[in-house]
Structure formats: structure tokens, C-alpha cells
Write a protein that binds this ligand. Sequence first.
Ligand code: F0G
Length: 469
Amino acid sequence: MSESARQQCINPDCRQAYPVTEVHVACARCQGLLDVRYDWSRLPAPKSLNFFEHRWSTKGISAEGRLDFSGVWRFRELMPFYRTEDDIVTIGEGRTVLQQADLLGRELGMRPGRLLLQYEGLNPSGSFKDNGMAAAFTHARMVAAQRVACASTGNTSASLAMFASLARMQGIVFIGSGKIALGKLSQALDYGALTLQIQGDFDACLRRIRQIAEDRPELGIYLMNSVNPFRLEGQKSIMYRVLEALDWQSPDWVIVPGGNLGNCSAFGKAFEELKELGLVRKIPRLAVINATGANTLHELYANQKVRWSDGRYDQAKIDALYADMDRRGYHPHTVASAIEISRPVNLPKALRALAIMNGLTRQVSDEEILEMRALVARFGFGCEPASAASVAGLKLLIDQKVIGPEEQVVCILTGHELKDPNVTVKYHTGVDLKAAADTAPRSEPAGRLVNRPVPVPDDLGAIIAALGA
Ligand code: F0G
């Protein structure tokens, strides 16, 4: 299949293409972001989305049955970059649910049946990242990668660590010191990833890991962040499952939190392709919700009116904003640590998704995020703070009369409630467990499988030394 797929630069003035059997962190010619693109006329693309329904009865534990069991790979004809099905990595990801949330909807002023929550926290590692990792690990296996790495606000590292251990590759994660929720840190350690705690925030971690993956090929590090275009191929499946739950009819709105902007980018690409293939008639509108303390996309899109403009977006405005952040010594800050990001790498693709899905952006405060997180949980199974930004964004859009009570809305709940129990306990009791943990007396861990995080300064040489190269 892979001859009909290629990696391609999204810059309309470049469009350089690369075989899918190569590894690129960015376009080698212009440093632009890469997409995976398909020659659909040479591929057995389905004629209708009903095609996928037969897989509900063929799922199982045989090799093919496992692909049909996966909520990502049961849609494999829509992401056909792999050579053969033997390449495919799956751990049972993407078996998530779309739930009608009438009680929550009523609190927000919506009519019954109109609010739906897509629970991506039900993935094996507890977040939507597993959708993307299934695809990126498939590509890593195609190119025989041995060491895979990411920078992360927590969930990417948990997902990478889980897949790496199951796919027998070395997992390496860069996290900002003190920046990630405890549930996520505990996963990376438990699944055996080499965990570097860099003195800096997510943006610093990502800068370093990109430098290492791009400029130090001798270290053989395969990059798993969402600049990896294969990640986004897997994340398209979140939209396929939403459609599947709605009998293949598009909702009116999809609302998603925005951090590094991979997820919203994948949603835009999913609908662009479905439309091109004639598999959907209507494309839903997209709302991407930032936290006010990490609002780069909202600032550029809503305030400075930066638009995709067929790929010729206003880079000067973006550069000016980043230069201003540097001048002010600005660092993002939000209780929703998963989206505490000020330089989202997928910004151009997010602008493209907003164009494809007639989208908009909003920002919501930490207080609104905390209240909405608690409200989601009050009516049953909850979510982590970043996920609740989508519901807080919906409330704002209803208050602003942008979304009406009759419209059908899907909020993506990106991560499991248990990822960040500290925020929940603090909300209900006022006790900050994280602060308490910092001052508590320590004992030497003595278990046979102890995997301690390694503290490292934000310095290339020190990081390379810590990688054991
Ligand atoms: N929600 C959760 C729970 C997340 O973990 C993330 C991103 C997002 C939303 C934002 O998604 O980056 O695609 O816009 N977490 C990344 C990580 C950055 O490292 O785990 P995005």
C-alpha cells in the first residue's frame, strides 16, 4: 500500500514529497510541517462509511481480528500508509464511547439529546494519545526504529512509554520538571521509559528533543511528538468513531481543547479527506479552546486574525508574538497542565483545520475549567482538567449565542479523570497533595523494578549525556 502514500510538505510554495519509508521531523527543504498524503485513485477506499460496520462482527484475537478490534485500525482503509498489515502496531486502542450527556446539557441550557461527550480517557493509557501512537509506532516499526522519544506535558509520555514497552523499543520521555500531573509521571516510570526531567517547560523540552532527533541522527532517536505526521493519521480515527456513533451523520459542532494543536489538526484532515472521498456531505464546525494562560492560538486567530489563506498565512505576526513572549520572559501557566504550551508546533495545521471546518477559537479561565471538570464528574464518569476546557468552551459559546440549544455538539474529553487526582482532591478539600509531596520525608525506593526520573538541566550536552550516548 505504501507506494500510494507519501509524506508531503504542507507549504504550497514547496510541496516537497518524501517516501513513507523515510524518517523526517520536518521538510528537509523548507522546514515546513509534513502531512501523509494518499493517491486515493490507486487505493481501495470504501464507497460508503457503512463499509466499516462488518468489522463489528469480525473483531477478535486473530491477527486480522485484532485490527478490527482496534478503534483506530478498523478504519485502516482511511490511513493506508503501512506496507502490509504485519507492520501494524495495536494494543487495543480507540475503544472509546460517545455518550449522550443530557443532565450536563441541561445545566448548560441545551435541549435533550444535543450534547454528546466523546470519552477518549477510555484508551489503554487513559488519553486520546493512544490513537496517534498506534499509527506512529506502526511507522516506527516500518523504519525499524529502536529508540523512540517525545517531549510531553504528560499524556504523550504515558502513551509512548506503554507502546514502547509492548512494541519492544526503548522509550525516552522529556518532561518539564514539576510540570506534569502525577498520574502521568507514574505511568512513564512504571512502563519503564527513560524519564528525563528537564529544568524547563514543555516548549523547552520540545525544542531540545527536536534538536536531538533532527541534528544528531547518530543517536537514532525516532520522534513521537505530533510533528510526526503519522501520529495525526491515527488521531483522525476519533472523528471516524464520532461519525460511527451517529450513524455516519456529522454533528453540528466538534469542540476540542487546544495544546500543541495536533488533535484539531487531525480532525480537519479527517474531514477534508472524507469530503474528498465523498464519504460525508456535511463538515461540522470546529471550536478549539485554549486556557487563558496558554492562549497562543486564540491570540493569533481571534485577536490578530491570522488565517490559513491557502497556506500563505502571516508568519510575521506569529514571529512577532513569539519575539514579544521572549522579551517579556513569558511562560504559559494553567491548572490544565496538559495544555500549558505557548509555542504549539502544529499551529499552521490548526489554521488549516479551522479553515476546513469553518472553525473558531475561544479561551477559558482556570476557574471555568475547574468548575466544568467538577460538573462533568458530578453527572458520572469524569475527565482531567484540560479535557474540561472543551465543556467550558461550549458554555461560553452558548452564553455568547454562537451555539444554539438545538445544535448537536460533540465535546472531546481527551483524558481520564484519574490522570490528575491532585486537582480533584484540591478542588474538593483545599489540600494540595503535590505541595505536600514536595516536603514529605523520603525513603530510598527498594523495589526490583525501580525506574527513577533523571533530573537534567536544559542543556544539550547534559541531555545527550543523560541519554547514555
Ligand atoms: N487534552 C489532553 C488531556 C492532553 O494531554 C493534550 C495534549 C491536549 C488536550 C491537547 O491536545 O496537543 O493535540 O492540542 N497533551 C500533549 C502531551 C501535549 O504531551 O501529552 P493537542
